[in-house]
Each structure stands twice: as structure tokens, then as C-alpha cells.
Write a protein that binds this ligand. Structure first.
Ligand code: GLA
Length: 677
């Protein structure tokens, strides 16, 4: 697989020069060079400008743009331009417009107005992509391909007739026969049996709960249908430019697409990320860890973030000075090799003219956005040797996109249950302690981890419980939480007592669930475990748990199940498996992690004060220790004997280091430096 350009941290953004006279392009080049920009994503929304009818292309402006980029030493992340079909195409093929669940057909006039299963759309994309690839295959500016844009961000599913036919084909492939489909969807329920394939439809608007198997398969199909669109383009690009890396921009915690599966089809992963910048400052690190993990730790790129503010929330507060820099370094500290933005020059027309950018509407020399961009871009120029190094992680959180779909489908004991909350409980605790964390999936190698967290794994597909069991048996510590191991991959109950696939690993069974009507906290008392408090608040969920060999670590203090286990631990092989039968306040996860980190010998790369994060990237005989002050106040770090070069300032450091508010330091040492361990 082709890799990213090495020896550089990529820096740049979406560039839409077709919205500007060409005299502005010249100024753009000067400003880009001044700001250290080395990569721009071009052509993302240019289809209408590149093609005016079948076979009629207008590449001259793109030729001039590509030449200008090459002359200025700026790489092109050339988009395939298929994200917003032109009006001439949809007028010729109105059937390619998307149909909503209630039958409404969407219109032209914004973007992403296509049905992924539309033959006309797919054929038109293929024609355009082939023409683009042939035109620019040897152009010196071409560095990589950016397929489409944020697939599914506005239209995650289509429910029309062309989709119904494609869904049936997909189901034939998956199930083989109608008989098997009926079995998998449990159609004996509510008289849903299908006698002919033509009767099978997408889950359109229904009087009450649609069939869960049908809904789940439709989510799988929708992700696959868009992936097929992406692959139609990727195959053409790989045929014509086999040495150019291919990507498409992913979004954070985006439910419709199974990005783990998608990432296997791309050369590198990239992320568009827009956290709310005010209030309790959200940290984007969970998304950074996920993006890196989709491609098993390979370097990745922030393809879009914003310098200041977006325009698509009800209110759009701006990032205060320094926060964009901190988050950019935090991405690099978590394995990113590129920092890009939406967008280079702020639009003067259209729906995004109030969206922040690298260059604003006024005079660049007096714009905070441009000055912060320029400062960061010039700093990153000196950090090329970090590119290609690997983030260090010894803990992992198990994640399964299909579990996310199945868990939140409705008709559950507690329908406020969200998968991401379960993930956050553990990720917050791990991040607070600076314990490097990967996300792992059903096909990941678990052998390098000491600790594995498994939140709400409602759907345990074949082999998954065995995989987690093998991890524990070999000496790992796993923490599994409530409502796990309940159904198989078809969303059918695992019979044999909850949580059937995990019972022997956990040494317990769950007799029933006791879901509270409200969100009032209830107490859980810790019965044994130095390092934990005497009691914690819990809420949201409770279970009636019977030990079958597990030690009880904490019990419910209230309800008819008072005195029964709420937290258990069970020795299994050389390791042990914990079970949490309720949803705790964050303090419990923080304290439990301290206990587990001590027991498993997991330590952060350096002891740091609260609010400072420390991460490590290694490779090619070098170690880079990132220190990130997540507070808007200065912090002092005791380096505990560590010495090396702080590469942002070039200073030799020893003993201690001052981090400015939201400040960053990167210490380079030789691999194996004792003080880093
Ligand atoms: C997304 C899109 C961009 C732009 C930004 C605005 O990330 O990919 O084209 O619309 O949102 O935040």
C-alpha cells in the first residue's frame, strides 16, 4: 500500500479556488508559503465546474491550479469531486436523488444529493474519476487522492426502489436463501415471513418497531453500499496511479458507517473533527485514538478542523487563542502525521461564508486565524522527523460498530442506553492517567495489551467471547460491563442464562435486569479492594447477579437486590476478568483504573500533574515524549531525571519544565532512555 509522503508533517486545508478570481490564487500561494502549507485538498465540490455533460470535461482551470501548486512546492490532495453531483446530471437522472424513509425525494441545491445504489450516479462517478486520474496521473503536484467527501454525513440511507433491489441482492449474498433470511430476521414474529424475494424491502416507515434483523442488515447494507461507491473510485485510481495513496475523510463517532471495515480498503485514515470549543473544554483525544486504531496504529491525518469557529451549530462560539494549537499537537501526540483545516480562504458566498478558515475575510496580517495558522505551520516544518513514528499503547477498549447499531435499536430494557457513554467512562479515566490506549476490534491482535475494557458488548458475535477469554487466559485483565453477551450477530438471544458467552469467563450469571425509572443515583458499597472508596454513586442500570465462582468486590445497597454483587472479579487462566453490573459515576472508573494500573504494572511515560497529558511516539531509534497542558494556566513538570532536547524550542532540558497555559513541549531522547520508562 502506498504511504503518506514521509519526513513531513502535512499541513494545509481544503482549498476552493474556483470560488475566486485567479488573481487571488497568486496571493494564496504567497500566503500558503508564508504559513508553511505543504498540502491542499482541491476539487472536493468541483464536479459542476469540471464537467458540463457526459464526456464533456473542462480541465483547463484545474491544469493551471495544479501547475501553480507544483511551482510553489505544495502537494495536491486531489479530490474525485463526486460529493455533489451537478444539476445537469440529476436533471438527466432524477432517479438518482435520494428517497427518505417516509418517501420524500430530496432535491438539488445543496450537496450529497445522491442515492449510493443509483446506477446512474455510480457510472457518472466512474467516468469522472477515470478522466481526472488520466489527466493528472503524472502531474508533479499530485500527492494523494481524496475520494468523495464525508460519505453519509447528510444522507446516510436511501429507501427508494433502486435501493430496495440492491438491498435484496446484498441479502442474497449474505444469507444465500430466503429461508435463511427468514430465520435470521426471526420473521415467525408478527407474521413477517417472506415467501418471495420481491416482498423484501428496506425498513421504510412502519406503524411500530420494524423487524430488528431487517434494520440491522439494512445498516450493514447502507455502510457497504457507500463503501462500494468508494471502491468503484478506488479501483480506477489504483489502476491508473498505483503509487498514490488513497483516502476519504471520516467523521468522529459517526454511527452510519463501519469505519473499521472501510479503513481496510484505504491507504491511510483521516478525520474531520469539530468539537464544541467552550463550556467544559471537550477533549478530542478519544477520536484521535479511534482514528489511529481504525488502521491498526498507522500514521493518520486530521483532514479537517477549524481555526476558530464553525457556522452550523445554533450558536458558534470560537476557539480561544491557543486551543487550536493545543488540539493540533494533541493529534500529533496521538499519532497524526498531518494537520489540515476546513478551509484555506473563507468563502464570500454560499452557506459557509461565516465558517472559520485559515485566511479570513479581512487583511491576513491582522487576522488571529491567519496568525495562529502561520505560527503553527512554521513550527511543524521542523518536526518532520516525528512523521512515521508509532504511538505507544498498552491498554485497549473493545469497539464494535455493529454492536453500536444493535444496542441502540430500541425496544430494550433501558432505551437511554448509549454505547459511546460506556466507551467514554473508560477512555476518560485512561486519558486522565496518560495511559496510552488503542481501540480494538473483533479482528485485532490483543496480545500486546495488558488491560482490555469491554463496555456494553450487547452483541457478542461468533468468536468474540472466545477471543476475550483467550486474552484473559494468557494473563490479561479484562473489564466487561453490564448488558454484554446478550445476543448473537443476528440479534437473537444467546440462550443458556445471561451473559451466556461470558459466564465461564466472568464466573457469574445475571438473573434479571432492574432498570430504574429515573436518573436518581443509588449507592454501591465496596466490600473489598484497597484503592477504592467505601461507596460510589451509580444510576441508570442494575442487574441481579449470582456469583458462580466470581469474588464480589462491591454490592448494591438499595432495592430488592441489596447485598447482591454489583462488581465482581474472577480469576481465569493467568489473568482475571472484572464485571460491572451498573453504570457508575466517573470517580469509580478513575479509581478502578488506578487499582488495575497498579496491579498490571501500567504506568504513564512520566508522572505529571492533573490536567497535563503525556504520550509517547517511537521509531527509527528515537523517542518523542509529548507534554500537553490541557489547562488554561501554567503548569510545572518535574522531569524526574529525564533529559533531552525540547524540539519546539531547541533547548536542552533537565530537572523541570514549565508549560504555558495550553502549552506543549516535545522532548526527544534516544530509544531506551531509562528516565522515560
Ligand atoms: C464538513 C465538510 C466540509 C465543510 C465542513 C464545515 O466537514 O467536509 O466541506 O462543510 O464540514 O464544518
Amino acid at each position: 500500500m502506498p504511504d503518506l509522503p514521509s519526513s513531513h508533517i502535512l499541513f494545509g486545508g481544503d482549498y476552493n479556488p474556483e470560488q475566486w478570481p485567479e488573481t487571488v490564487w497568486k496571493e494564496d500561494m504567497l500566503l500558503m508559503r508564508e504559513a508553511g502549507v505543504n498540502l491542499v485538498s482541491i476539487g472536493i465540490f468541483s464536479w459542476a465546474k469540471l464537467q458540463s455533460a457526459p464526456g464533456v470535461f473542462h480541465f483547463e482551470w484545474m491544469d493551471r491550479l495544479m501547475d501553480l501548486l507544483a511551482e510553489n512546492g505544495i502537494w495536491a490532495d486531489l479530490a474525485t469531486a463526486t460529493a455533489s453531483p451537478p444539476a445537469w446530471l440529476t436533471c438527466r437522472h432524477p432517479e438518482m436523488l435520494p428517497t427518505l424513509q417516509n418517501g420524500t425525494r430530496l432535491s438539488i441545491g445543496s450537496r450529497q444529493h445522491y442515492n449510493p445504489s443509483s446506477r446512474a450516479y455510480r457510472e457518472a462517478c466512474a467516468e469522472l474519476v477515470r478522466a481526472l486520474a488520466l489527466r493528472y496521473k503524472d502531474h508533479p503536484a499530485l500527492a494523494m487522492w481524496h475520494i468523495n467527501n464525508e460519505y453519509a454525513c447528510h444522507v446516510p440511507a436511501d429507501y427508494g426502489d433502486e435501493t430496495a433491489a440492491a438491498f435484496r441482492e446484498w441479502l442474497r449474498d449474505r444469507h444465500g436463501s430466503l429461508e435463511k433470511l427468514n430465520e435470521s430476521w426471526g420473521t415467525a414474529f408478527w407474521s413477517q415471513h417472506y415467501h418471495e424475494w420481491e416482498e423484501v424491502l428496506p425498513p421504510r416507515a412502519t406503524p411500530t418497531f420494524a423487524n430488528p434483523g431487517q434494520c440491522l442488515d439494512f445498516q450493514r447494507f447502507c455502510s457497504d453500499a457507500l463503501l462500494e461507491c468508494c471502491l468503484i473510485e478506488a479501483r480506477i485510481l489504483r489502476e491508473i496511479t498505483p503509487s498514490k495513496p488513497i483516502t476519504t475523510n471520516f467523521m468522529e463517532w459517526f454511527k452510519p458507517l463501519d469505519y473499521r471495515k472501510w479503513a481496510q480498503c484505504l491507504d491511510f485514515t483521516c478525520l474531520d473533527i469539530y468539537p464544541q470549543p467552550t463550556g467544559p473544554v471537550q477533549t478530542p483525544v478519544k477520536s484521535f485514538d479511534m482514528t489511529r486504531s481504525w488502521s491498526d496504529g498507522k500514521p493518520w491525518v486530521i483532514m479537517e478542523q477549524v481555526t476558530t469557529h464553525v457556522n452550523w451549530r445554533q450558536r458558534n462560539p470560537t476557539k480561544p487563542p491557543g486551543l487550536m494549537r493545543l488540539w493540533s499537537y494533541q493529534a500529533i501526540a496521538h499519532g497524526a502525521d498531518g494537520i489540515c483545516y476546513f478551509q484555506w480562504r473563507q468563502a464570500r458566498a454560499g452557506a459557509e461564508k461565516f465558517h472559520g478558515s485559515m485566511v479570513g475575510h479581512g487583511e491576513p496580517s491582522s487576522q488571529r486565524c491567519y496568525q495562529e495558522t502561520k505560527a503553527l505551520g512554521n513550527e511543524l516544518k521542523g518536526l518532520g522527523r516525528i512523521a512515521g513514528t508509532t504511538f505507544h499503547a498498552e491498554a485497549a477498549i473493545f469497539f464494535d460498530q455493529e454492536n453500536w447499531w444493535a444496542l441502540e435499536q430500541g425496544s430494550k430494557p433501558n432505551n437511554d442506553l448509549t454505547y459511546v457513554r460506556g466507551v467514554e467512562n473508560f477512555h476518560n479515566a485512561l486519558h486522565a492517567l496518560s495511559i496510552g490506549t488503542d481501540f480494538v476490534f473483533e479482528d485485532s491482535d490483543l496480545s500486546k495489551y495488558k488491560l482490555l475494557f469491554v463496555p456494553c458488548l450487547y452483541m457478542a458475535k461468533p468468536g468474540v467471547a472466545e477471543k476475550i477469554g483467550a486474552f484473559v487466559e494468557a494473563g490479561g485483565t479484562a473489564v466487561i460491563t453490564y448488558f454484554s453477551g446478550i445476543v448473537d450477530g443476528n440479534d437473537h438471544i444467546h440462550l443458556g442464562g445471561y451473559p451466556a458467552p461470558f459466564r465461564s469467563l466472568l464466573g457469574l450469571s445475571v438473573e434479571e435486569w432492574a432498570v430504574p425509572q429515573d436518573d436518581l443515583p443509588f449507592k454501591v458499597s465496596v466490600t473489598r479492594q484497597p484503592g477504592l472508596a467505601a461507596s460510589y454513586n451509580a444510576s441508570f442500570w442494575a442487574e441481579v447477579i449470582r456469583s458462580e465462582g466470581a469474588e464480589t468486590m462491591a454490592t448494591f445497597s438499595e432495592g430488592y437486590y441489596a447485598g447482591l454483587p454489583a462488581v465482581t472479579r474472577h480469576a481465569f487462566g493467568k489473568g482475571c476478568a472484572w464485571y460491572l453490573g451498573t453504570e457508575f459515576e466517573q470517580a469509580f472508573y478513575d479509581d478502578l483504573l488506578k487499582v488495575l494500573a497498579r496491579d498490571t504494572g501500567l504506568t504513564p511515560p512520566l508522572a505529571v500533574p492533573a490536567g497535563v497529558e503525556v504520550t509517547r511516539r517511537t521509531g527509527a531509534g528515537k523517542e518523542f515524549l509529548f507534554l500537553l497542558n490541557q489547562r488554561n494556566e501554567a503548569q510545572s513538570i518535574d522531569l524526574n531525571g529525564l533529559s533531552g532536547t525540547e524540539i519546539l524550542t531547541g533547548r536542552q532540558i533537565a530537572c523541570s519544565l514549565e508549560l504555558a497555559p495550553w502549552g506543549v513541549a516535545i522532548i526527544e531522547t534516544a530509544v531506551g532512555s531509562e528516565s522515560i520508562e
